[in-house]
Design a protein around this ligand. Structure first.
Ligand code: ARG
Length: 460
C-alpha cells in the first residue's frame, strides 16, 4: 500500500471499503490533461514570483512532459491508493523529480485545483460541442434547401392544421439549435474564470499572481471570491441545463422522424444504416437511432437534476459532495457529442416522400383558414367568415370531399362572396405561397431563411 500524501495526521489507514468509496480515480483520470495544464501554469507563476526556483520549474516541466506522454501511451499506472487524478499525478512527479515535485502544491489546494480542472475540461468540450451543433445545423440547411417547395401538413394538436413547406418545418429546428449554441457560448463566459489561488477556501499567504495564471490558461479572469471559487458548481449545472435543452430539441426531432417513418404517415424513410431489424419479425426496420436519442434525453435530464440536488444543501465552502459532479458531467458531455455527431450523419440520409406528404395535406381541410381569409379580404368580419367556413367544412366532410373539390355553386351556398378565383386560394401551394413574410412558410421565405442561416454559420 502506498501511504496517502495526507496520511501523516492519521493513526490508522482507511479501510479498503472506505478507500474504494472515497476514491475518484476510476473516473477523474479523464481530467489528467487539464490537471497537468493547470499545474504547469501554477508552477510557472510560482517560479516567476520566486516562490519556487527556476530549477524546480524546469524539473516540473520535464516530469510533467514525461507523465503526459505515459498517459497518452496508456502506460501510466493509476492507483486507487492515491485516491484521485491530482494525487496520482503529483506522486508520479515526485517519484521522477524528487523535491521539486513536492514544491508544486505550494499555495494550492486540491479544492481550487479540481475546480480549475473541471472548468478547463468543460471549456474544451463546449468548444467542441459548438462545432458539432454547427455540423447538425449545416445538415439541416441542406435537407431544408432540397425540400423548400415540398408541401406537408403542418400540425397543431397533431391534427392537420395548415400546409407548410417541409423545408420550413426543418428550419424550425435550425432556430432551436441556433439558440442552443448561443446559450452554450454564453455559459462558456461563466465557465471561463480561474479558481486557482483560492487554495483550500481562504486564499494563500504566498505572493501569488492569479492574473498571470489566468492569462496562461486562457481564462477571461479570476473567480473573485475564494470561498465561491472552490465551492460552487453552478457553471456545471448551467452547462447541464444547456445540454438538456439541446437533447430536448434533438428528442423532439427524433420523435417526428419516428412518427414520419410510420407507414400511416410514410413521409420519410431513414437510411438503413440508422435502423435495425427484429430477431423475430423478419419484416421489421426499426428507427433505433432516433429512439435512443429520445431515450438518452432522459439520462441527460437526470444528470441535471443530480447536479442541482448535489449542490442545494451544501454549506460553504468545498465539500466532498462535489466529487459527485464528475460522472454526470462526463456522461452528459459524452452523450451530447455522440448524439450531435450521429444526427449530423443521419439527416442527409433521410429519404423524403413528397407524394405522401401532399396526400396527407389534402386530407384535413388544411386550407380552411385560407378560405376564411379570402372572405375577410372581401369585406366579411373574421368571425363571420370563420363560421361560414366551418359550415362549408361540415358539408365537405359529409360529402367525403376536400374544400377544393366543392363546386363553385356549393361554396357560394356558404357565402355569396366566393368567386372562381377561390380555387387558387384553396390549393396547397396557394396557401403556402401566400404566407410570404419573414418567418412565414412561403418557399421564397424558407430560401431566404436558409441563406441567412448559411451566412450565420460561415460567419458571413
Ligand atoms: N477528488 C476531489 C473532487 O473531485 C478533489 C478535491 C478533494 N479535496 C479534498 N479536500 N478532499 O472534488
Amino acid at each position: 500500500d502506498t501511504p496517502q500524501l495526507w496520511s501523516g495526521r492519521f493513526t490508522e489507514p482507511v479501510s479498503e471499503r472506505v478507500k474504494r468509496y472515497t476514491a475518484s480515480i476510476g473516473f477523474d483520470y479523464r481530467l489528467a490533461e487539464f490537471d497537468i495544464q493547470g499545474s504547469l501554469a501554477h508552477a510557472a507563476m510560482l517560479a516567476h514570483q520566486r516562490i519556487i526556483g527556476a530549477g524546480d520549474l524546469a524539473a516540473i516541466q520535464r516530469g510533467m512532459t514525461e507523465i503526459l506522454a505515459e498517459i497518452h501511451a496508456g502506460q501510466f499506472q493509476w492507483s486507487l491508493d492515491l485516491e484521485d487524478v491530482h494525487l496520482n499525478i503529483e506522486k508520479a512527479l515526485t517519484a521522477k523529480i524528487g523535491d521539486a515535485g513536492k514544491r508544486l502544491h505550494t499555495g494550492r489546494s486540491r479544492n481550487d485545483q479540481v475546480a480549475t480542472d473541471i472548468r478547463l475540461y468543460l471549456r474544451h468540450n463546449i468548444d467542441g460541442l459548438l462545432g458539432l451543433i454547427r455540423q447538425a445545423q449545416s445538415a439541416l440547411l441542406d435537407v431544408a434547401e432540397t425540400n423548400a417547395d415540398v408541401v406537408m401538413p403542418g400540425f397543431t394538436h397533431l391534427q392537420v392544421a395548415q400546409p407548410v413547406s417541409f423545408g420550413h418545418h426543418l428550419m424550425a429546428y435550425f432556430e432551436m439549435f441556433k439558440r442552443d449554441a448561443e446559450r452554450l457560448a454564453d455559459c462558456r463566459k461563466r465557465v471561463n474564470r480561474l479558481p486557482l489561488g483560492a487554495a483550500a477556501l481562504a486564499g494563500t499567504s504566498y505572493p501569488i499572481d492569479r492574473a498571470m495564471v489566468a492569462r496562461e490558461l486562457g481564462f477571461d479572469g479570476v473567480c473573485e471570491n475564494s470561498l465561491d471559487a472552490v465551492s460552487d458548481r453552478d457553471f456545471a449545472i448551467e452547462f447541464s441545463a444547456c445540454a438538456s435543452l439541446i437533447m430536448t430539441h434533438l428528442s423532439r426531432l427524433s420523435e417526428e422522424l419516428i412518427l414520419w417513418m410510420n407507414p400511416r404517415f410514410g413521409f420519410i424513410d431513414l437510411a438503413d444504416r440508422f435502423c435495425t431489424g427484429s430477431s423475430i419479425m423478419p419484416q421489421k426496420k426499426n428507427p433505433d437511432v432516433p429512439e435512443l436519442i429520445r431515450g438518452k434525453t432522459g439520462r441527460v435530464n437526470g444528470h441535471l437534476v443530480a447536479l442541482l440536488t448535489l449542490m442545494k444543501g451544501q454549506p460553504l465552502a468545498y465539500n466532498k459532495d462535489n466529487q459527485e459532479d464528475k460522472e454526470p458531467l462526463f456522461d452528459t458531455v459524452d452523450t451530447l457529442i455522440d448524439t450531435l455527431a450521429i444526427v449530423a450523419e443521419m439527416l442527409p440520409g433521410i429519404r423524403v416522400k413528397p407524394e405522401a406528404m401532399r396526400a396527407a395535406a389534402l386530407q384535413g381541410f388544411a386550407t380552411a383558414t385560407d378560405l376564411a381569409d379570402y372572405l375577410v379580404k372581401k369585406g366579411l368580419p373574421f368571425r363571420d367568415a370563420h363560421e361560414a367556413v366551418a359550415l362549408a367544412v361540415r358539408h365537405a366532410e359529409a360529402k367525403g370531399r376536400d374544400l377544393a373539390e366543392l363546386s363553385l355553386a356549393e361554396l357560394r351556398q356558404f357565402s355569396p362572396l366566393v368567386e372562381a378565383d377561390i380555387y387558387a386560394v384553396l390549393s396547397l401551394e396557394g396557401s403556402m405561397n401566400s404566407r410570404n413574410h419573414i418567418g412565414g412558410t412561403a418557399p421564397a421565405q424558407v430560401r431566404a431563411a436558409i441563406a441567412r442561416g448559411r451566412g450565420a454559420l460561415t460567419g458571413a
